[in-house]
Design a protein around this ligand. Sequence first.
Ligand code: ADP
Ligand code: MG
Length: 234
Amino acid sequence: MQTPFIRISNLTKHFQMGGTTVRALDGVDLDIPQKSFTVVMGPSGSGKSTLLYLLGGLDRPTSGQIAVNGLRLDEMDENKLALFRRQTVGFMFQSFNLIQSMTAEENVGFPMQFAGIPSKERTRRSKVLLEQVGLADRGGHKPSELSGGQQQRVAAARALVNNPNLILADEPTGNLDTTSGIGIMQLLADLHQSGRAVLVVTHDPRMVRFATHKVFLLDGKVVSETEYRAASLE
Ligand SMILES: Nc1ncnc2c1ncn2[C@@H]1O[C@H](COP(=O)(O)OP(=O)(O)O)[C@@H](O)[C@H]1O
Ligand SMILES: [Mg+2]
């Protein structure tokens, strides 16, 4: 049998807060195949962002195993983890996380600096990526001159810079109006169609129609949809 694209076993992430331990993730087991579209749902504080951060190599687990594409993130040192982030993952956040003083094109090109790509080539590739997300004519605009939906498209273009095969999006439509939100969902669906694995944290039921997999989190644990629905009714 083929090993899954993402394999998580008995994963925990604990935070020490004053005298108490917050179990953000409390023994998560999860297998996710290649080319899947996974929607992660759960109430606030259930561990969704923590799970995404660990998958993206932005943070480290307290214990347990987490592997992406056969690479054990829990065993990597900082250098390997940085390389993993650069080569494998594209991240989109609720708040876009664009650099306000830079144009759309510069924002997209920014991560390429760390890969040592020369300025001219960065500009060329940024233009191609902005075109892919439908913003060919907005490259010279700063974030403050763009709508929320357009800013999230810039963030999507930036996430695609290194042609990652895993896209992680943490409530990417959370700050958008309905129409822009649908546009971003469609964009994520297109990225999935192009052969990438997409993992989206969302509260938006409309995202579910794109899902090939659904993950429900409660108190740092993966639960079944039935358990999840029952808990939501309490
Ligand atoms: N850096 C941190 N320090 C302390 N506690 C944290 C930290 N990050 C998350 N937590 C706690 O872990 C739990 C899960 O957080 P999070 O993954 O952000 O949940 P969600 O994204 O589902 O709202 C929450 O109780 C949160 O307060
Ligand atoms: Mg969160």
